[in-house]
Design a protein around this ligand. Sequence first.
Ligand SMILES: NC(=O)c1ccc[n+]([C@@H]2O[C@H](COP(=O)([O-])OP(=O)(O)OC[C@H]3O[C@@H](n4cnc5c(N)ncnc54)[C@H](OP(=O)(O)O)[C@@H]3O)[C@@H](O)[C@H]2O)c1
Length: 246
Amino acid sequence: MKRVLVLGATSAIAEATARLHALRGGALFLVARNPARLKAVADDLAVRGAGRVEAFVADLNDLSHHAELLAAAETALGGPPDVALLAYGSLGTAVVLDRDPDAAVDVLNTNLVSPVALLTLVAARLEKVGRGTIVGISSVAGDRGRGGNAVYGASKAGFTAFLSGLRARLWRGGVHVLTVKPGQVDTPMTAHMTKSRLFATPGLVARGILAAVDRQADVVYLPWFWRPILAAVRALPERIFKQLRI
Ligand SMILES: NC(=O)c1ccc[n+]([C@@H]2O[C@H](COP(=O)([O-])OP(=O)(O)OC[C@H]3O[C@@H](n4cnc5c(N)ncnc54)[C@H](OP(=O)(O)O)[C@@H]3O)[C@@H](O)[C@H]2O)c1
């Protein structure tokens, strides 16, 4: 039975991914900050076939909870996780973030500072046992800073770079790191946006994540077509890119 740690388990993408692990009979340790939502997700996963489901309530921006929740996860799962999925994140709105430094710092704390702190602890545990997969959900937004979401893009660029470095440090020791870069996904995070045909469902992204874990991919764009789109976006000269209203 696979031991799966889900950090930010109430995220729509995390929940869809956890459902696939439940279908495989995995043992799940779920962490999120909203107790009622977390209980609903845990109950649902239990009836979907999970071998075991435990829930832990924590605001993950409070770094003082990290060591405690990882210890609780290892106790409940009977050892370090086989897969640790870090899914929580915050988009914020550019209109606010461009003018409010506190809101900008909050997004950086949620998407970069807390994930780096938490995965540093997870990495140390997996390094010790010489196995396991760390899955970090970053974003295509981290591939190039846009005027429409400079702070979010910066936070995801930092997280992508961290995951790349972590992968390079850990692979020789048997620990794998997967960077997930979704494009636009129809979840509560994007509820305010007008939906286009480029939007994917959380279920589609979840299937892509599990397939990437199974084949030990390093970086996956989900859906796949974001890889060539972002290659083109990155190739644009800055003097042209800065003129785009995106
Ligand atoms: N949706 C997209 O288009 C898209 C595209 C690219 C990347 N992503 C990334 O995918 C990941 C999952 O997002 P999603 O689309 O599934 O959106 P979502 O359903 O809105 O999930 C975001 C989750 O993050 C949690 N969270 C935020 N701050 C937290 C904190 N301090 N402590 C604990 N949990 C916290 C939220 O909990 P609460 O419900 O309690 O607030 C929520 O469960 C995020 O990292 C996001 O940046 C999303």
